[in-house]
Design a protein around this ligand. Sequence first.
Ligand code: ZN
Length: 269
Amino acid sequence: MTNTHRSGPDRRTILRGAALASGAAVLGGAFAAGGAASASAGVAEPPLHTRADWGARSPAGRIQILSTPPSYIVVHHTATANSTDYSLGHAYALSRAIQNYHMDSNGWLDTGQQLTISRGGHIMEGRDRSFAAIRGGSHAVGAHVANNNSTCVGIENEGLYMDVGPTKALTDALVATLAWLCGAYRLDPHRAILGHRDFNATACPGDVLYAQLPGLRDAVAEAMLAPVLELAARRAPAGDGPTYPAVPEDEPDRVFHHGPARGPDDFTR
Ligand SMILES: [Zn+2]
């Protein structure tokens, strides 16, 4: 009796220790991709173009960095023409045009979104400090999804996707970018990847691209398949979730305009 009683706690202690060791191994695995690359949890960083590459202006004020990583990745379209110029030069010009519009017409500190992808599939840094923040697991607060900028990182995809879908080059770059972000922020692609219209009253990212999101989530999950990525180590979304408002029928048709980007809950511009 005494022996049985004594063996109980011993056995439970052993099991508890094993469970802790197992849990630690899972967490360790998520970060164990090696050195600085560990922040992206084993998902390769796609080819990226910096702000220096496209000739960005300095921001009008210091960009806020939150140590809390974003919970959602928001897919946008730029509401610009579906250009057939797939060159790097065109991509850089697009980034400059967006920045000029956001700073000079909207009065923001800088480009609103953290990342921009051209129809040629070129991936560019948007708001200042975005790449460093992603690599460090933190969040450069942008202006792209009203009232949710503290918890959302945004990708603007060149074009207007109400009636047609993006190019294959853009789609492939978008999947690679989403996988990189989900890895860096330890997000579950099936829960974290949303469209602008899920949060604000807007048609963005267009009916066609929005309808492609389920397939994109699957493609991202596939791209992330690696032994170091344990589902148990992924973060559940935190903070305000989407509100799924109705798409307005009378949305203004203006180049660069793709719905509400700032609201009273946003503390920066
Ligand atoms: Zn949008």
